[in-house]
Design a protein around this ligand. Structure first.
Ligand SMILES: Nc1ncnc2c1ncn2[C@@H]1O[C@H](COP(=O)(O)OP(=O)(O)OP(=O)(O)O)[C@@H](O)[C@H]1O
Ligand SMILES: Nc1ncnc2c1ncn2[C@@H]1O[C@H](COP(=O)(O)OP(=O)(O)OP(=O)(O)O)[C@@H](O)[C@H]1O
Ligand SMILES: [Mg+2]
Ligand SMILES: [Mg+2]
Lengths: 225, 225
């Protein structure tokens, strides 16, 4: 399903470039449940952004279902971003002037659903993560963990086949974190592919494979037993 | 040092109010090392914001060194906020258009230090948390954990007597997180009062007292053995 070959990514800074990924290769098959770990600054979010078609590599190849993403048309890339992939950002990236409900509805906007259908699905997603009582709150009227859960609901509302979650429990107490992991567990049992970045061992233990990054390269890639 | 009596805080929402703190009382003495824990939405950040003089309670009393904060002049409150207290925000609250160095220098701006002294102290603080190589990066040119560490450096640069840290390791891998906790441990040994919100048991284990919130009240307040 997901195939990355010798991915490189660097960012321009002043006269030079900051290397973020220095040759990353892996294949992730449909239905896998992968934890990505590594030190702060090791390239995890950069990798996730490329997998999520939110950024492009400086070198190397990223193919989905055998087709190189770099060769796809804008429409095809948009389809992947909006329909195939659900992305939970490390910084949530909620729109500050919209309430939680509208934030969660966003991925459904271009699917030809009527507004009551959109509303219903968004409320379902918010209930699953326990923030439906904050539906009319804007992000700055919610706690950090409530914002995080709204971001998770938004990623799941479209029932994407691939879920990319960047530190989805970083702001959640253990109890709420385990509720979120139970959702991911269920979605994976139902066949969704899940790749999540975490620094918490008990979160990673839900996954079946760990990819550990270090300074922009893969240091370890093995099953979790 | 810190004395809170029957603190209440609620936020206006539509026609009603959202209760965040529903009668919280505690005394935290100079040099204590306290972990605040509790479910997402239980009132931890609201409590921290009141302790940090960044918000006022709807009812109840907050006194520092015996003086009720509500009765202080604006200047006195500003002094406390800027000189006595170092605050690490759950969402970092870095200024997006300034580079990391300038963000960290901010608390020093009104102390009559010359710019090279400010620069030196800011670089020291950034080195302590391992982000000095990102001094000239703006927040969106850094990883999540690097931003978090810049926020920590900014809170510590003024050597405040009270450090309030809201989830200071939420975006950090275990290794980097332990480096940060070692800094807090040292500061506490040197006499600084530290109150930190965390959802991670191994982080709380550095502290000597735990205050657990539940739905806006204190459910537990005991020493950590
Ligand atoms: N500005 C606001 N307007 C309305 N409600 C608010 C506002 N700020 C906070 N709340 C509500 O107050 C309650 C407590 O919020 P607080 O941020 O203190 O929780 P928390 O314990 O820090 O949660 P988390 O662990 O998720 O960060 C939450 O239910 C939240 O929705
Ligand atoms: N826009 C940018 N400009 C310059 N450097 C960048 C930019 N974005 C990321 N970097 C650098 O690339 C490296 C990798 O960043 P990335 O966000 O992928 O790390 P990460 O593993 O997600 O870290 P964390 O665990 O702290 O979130 C970091 O050293 C970071 O400073
Ligand atoms: Mg990251
Ligand atoms: Mg909070």
């Amino acid at each position: 399903l997901i195939s990355i070959e010798d991915l490189h990514k660097s960012f321009p800074m002043g006269d030079g470039r900051i290397p973020a990924l220095r040759g990353v290769s892996a294949t992730i098959n449909r239905g896998e449940y992968v934890a990505v770990m590594g030190r702060s600054g090791s390239g995890k979010s950069t990798l996730m952004n490329i997998l999520g078609c939110l950024d492009t590599p400086t070198a190397g190849r990223y193919a989905l279902d055998g087709r190189s993403v770099g060769d796809l048309t804008d429409d095809e890339q948009a389809f992947i971003r909006n329909r195939m992939i659900g992305f939970v950002f490390q910084a949530f990236n909620l729109l500050p002037r919209m309430d939680a409900l509208h934030n969660v509805e966003l991925p459904l906007l271009y699917r030809g659903l009527d507004s009551s259908e959109r509303r219903w699905r968004a409320m379902e997603a918010m209930e699953a993560v326990g923030v439906s009582d904050r539906a009319r709150h804007r992000p700055n009227e919610m706690s950090g963990g409530q914002r995080q859960r709204v971001a998770i609901a938004r990623a799941l509302v479209g029932e994407p086949s691939i879920i990319l979650a960047d530190e989805p429990t970083g702001n959640l107490d253990s109890g709420t974190g385990e509720e979120i992991m139970a959702i991911f567990d269920r979605l994976n049992r139902e066949g969704h592919t899940i790749v999540l970045v975490t620094h918490e061992a008990h979160v990673a233990s839900h996954c079946r494979r760990i990819i550990r990054l270090r300074d922009g390269v893969i240091e370890e890639d093995r099953p979790i037993v």
